[in-house]
Design a protein around this ligand. Structure first.
Ligand SMILES: CC(C)(COP(=O)(O)OP(=O)(O)OC[C@H]1O[C@@H](n2cnc3c(N)ncnc32)[C@H](O)[C@@H]1OP(=O)(O)O)[C@@H](O)C(=O)NCCC(=O)NCCS
Length: 174
């Protein structure tokens, strides 16, 4: 499995995935995105960094991204991540591997102390891969997102640099 920075030629597929509730999963907010909008996000937003998850044979099976959450009062930036796999490729270990690679990459390449992720409290798959990657549950954000007609309670997870300690998959010379 490989993580590759998303290129412009991936945009039609990315926009297609972003418009499919079955790819985003039952706990993600519905947000219909035109290819033009996907392109705009890709070209104008310096905050969202999407990566394509590919199998060894090059098949594109999902995406994982990081973005900044700005605490406007202090100007502090938190780094947050999100991910989705196409339904047929779930429960095969790809989510676990993609997340471990992303955590290694972020701690190796950025001067950050913490990576965070928010997930619906019912989303067991997401919570499991976070825990396997060393994230810890910090607490619950009540009525946090409006998803399919209801306000959700979400768990905030994080991993901090001293817990990560060293790369699990990537090497420092990679
Ligand atoms: C979340 C997601 C990326 C997980 O990736 P995945 O490749 O399916 O997960 P893995 O195969 O690596 O499984 C990791 C662990 O989670 C468990 N797991 C996977 N799916 C599960 C499910 N639906 N319910 C309970 N546990 C599940 C696996 O059994 C495994 O645990 P184990 O190692 O103890 O046996 C994937 O389910 C997905 O794309 N979901 C839809 C999008 C989504 O919800 N994104 C997150 C929004 S916060």
């Amino acid at each position: 499995m490989n993580l590759r920075v998303m290129e412009k030629e991936d945009l039609p597929l990315f926009a297609d995935w972003a418009n499919k509730p079955e790819v985003l999963g039952e706990y993600n907010p519905l947000h219909q995105m035109s290819k033009t909008e996907a392109e705009r996000i890709f070209e104008e937003s310096s905050s969202i960094k999407p990566f394509i998850i590919e199998k060894k044979d090059g098949t594109k099976i999902g995406f994982i991204f990081h973005f900044n959450v700005v605490h406007t009062a202090t100007g502090t930036n938190q780094l947050e991540i999100g991910y989705s796999l196409v339904p047929d490729e779930r429960r095969k270990g790809y989510g676990t591997e993609a997340l471990a690679i992303m955590v290694d990459y972020l701690f190796l390449s950025k001067d950050i102390m913490r990576i965070q992720a928010q997930t619906d409290q019912r989303n067991m798959a997401s919570q499991r891969i976070l825990e396997k990657a060393g994230f810890k549950k910090e607490g619950t954000l009540r009525n946090n997102f409006f998803v399919r007609g209801e306000w959700t309670d979400d768990h905030m997870y994080s991993i901090i640099r001293r817990e990560w300690k060293e790369p699990k998959i990537l090497t420092k010379t990679a």
